[in-house]
Design a binder for this molecule. Structure first.
Ligand code: AHM
Ligand code: MG
Length: 357
């Protein structure tokens, strides 16, 4: 019989294989409180959504009606892909009759979606980007889903979800992403470290892969769409010139934030999607993209900024509000911000001199 103090190698392997996502959530809470059970069940349903999306993606090129555009334009003014619609519906479907989530808000829907049968007891809201990086779908490259869970504040009797417009990202109860790559991976945080799970297709379960992931303080990767150089603010151009001229940096950009972010989480570096002169708010959405990833990265010891403010301090002025994003290793984010601060200082000095002349 195995020694109680020291589990054998096979016991350890078996224990790890049995550390599913729902069990891990309960372990994080260290209790079987109603909150722990709700969040465990919510994460289990998010995992189911991830499995359904992964299954469809794995056969996308072989199934009719899966690739390409629907012909519609979403609330953001972007062309909608068939996979966006499918994945958006999957996240709604998995929460029907769950008693867990009353409202869902996503990048693909104009207004929040209510599941009335859940609302009497479902005190949580799910915010999500069903397919992030959807331009990668048609060419069989990695994409992701991003999610955040928030506690519903107040009754929301008018169905406008205004409570979401009164709080910042520190109110998120949990956040994470699913990366559909060579394997399907779920990375999440409940505010107690960042943990990753890999979908074992033979079991149909997400199994613990790594606990307490820490992002390195520095890293060689800078990840940004340099095709936007011509329309960036001068400070971001200054930073880009700096990395071009210094040894030790390398560029990686896949066009899917989740994949680029995952690389940086594991290897260190910085991801930037800054605003442009004409569109200072940038492209990425606060509630479904930048705030969930900021929560995760801060939990892993990194940081996330708009350039002038921590992403987690930003309160949205509308559901689909956007923010610039500079996220990753602490020191690399600091370096980008130093160029922004420097330009701001120089601009204000020039303004003072101009006013005196
Ligand atoms: P999406 O959620 O509509 O796919 O948009 C977000 C994506 C990110 O995944 C990615 O980093 C970025 O948009 C790519 O944009 P661009 O093509 O402008 O570089
Ligand atoms: Mg997205």
């Amino acid at each position: 019989m195995a020694n109680q103090e020291q589990p054998s190698a096979s016991e350890q392997t078996l224990d790890r294989d049995c550390t599913t996502l729902s069990r891990h959530v309960l372990q994080q809470f260290k209790t079987f409180s109603p909150e722990a059970q709700d969040l465990s069940a919510i994460m289990n349903r998010i995992a189911l959504a991830g499995k359904l999306v992964a299954r469809r993606l794995s056969r996308a090129g072989l199934m009719a009606g899966t690739l390409g555009f629907t012909g519609e334009v979403n609330v953001q003014g972007e062309s909608v892909k068939k996979m966006d619609v499918y994945a958006n519906e999957v996240f709604i479907s998995v929460f029907k009759q769950s008693g867990l989530i009353c409202r869902l808000a996503s990048e693909e829907m104009d207004k929040p979606y209510y599941i009335p049968e859940n609302c009497p007891i479902g005190r949580y809201t799910l915010l999500y980007d069903p397919i992030d990086g959807s331009s990668n779908v048609d060419i069989n490259l990695n994409v992701g889903s991003i999610f955040a869970i928030r506690q519903q504040k107040g009754e929301d009797l008018d169905g406008a979800a205004t409570d979401l417009l009164q709080e910042n990202g520190r109110e998120q109860v949990a956040a994470g992403y699913i990366l559909y790559g060579p394997s399907t991976m779920l990375v999440y945080s409940l505010g107690n470290g960042v943990h990753s799970f890999i979908l074992d297709p033979s079991l149909g379960e997400f199994i613990l892969s790594q606990e307490n992931i820490q992002i390195p303080d520095r890293g060689p990767i800078y990840s940004t769409n340099e095709g936007n150089f011509w329309q960036w603010e001068e400070s971001i151009r200054d930073y880009t010139r700096y990395v071009h001229r210094h040894e030790g940096y390398t560029a990686r950009y896949s066009g899917a934030l989740v994949g680029d972010m995952h690389r940086i989480l594991m290897q260190g570096g910085v991801f930037l999607y800054p605003g442009t002169v004409k569109k200072p708010e940038g492209k990425l959405r606060l509630l479904y993209e930048t705030a969930p990833l900021a929560y995760l990265v801060e939990q892993a010891g990194g940081s996330a900024s708009t350039g002038t403010e921590d992403i987690l301090d930003v309160i949205p002025d509308k559901l689909h509000a956007r923010t610039p994003l500079i996220i990753g290793s602490k020191e690399e984010v600091k370096l980008v911000k130093s160029f922004i601060d420097d330009r701001a200082r120089r601009d204000s000095q020039s303004a003072v001199m101009a006013s005196q002349s």
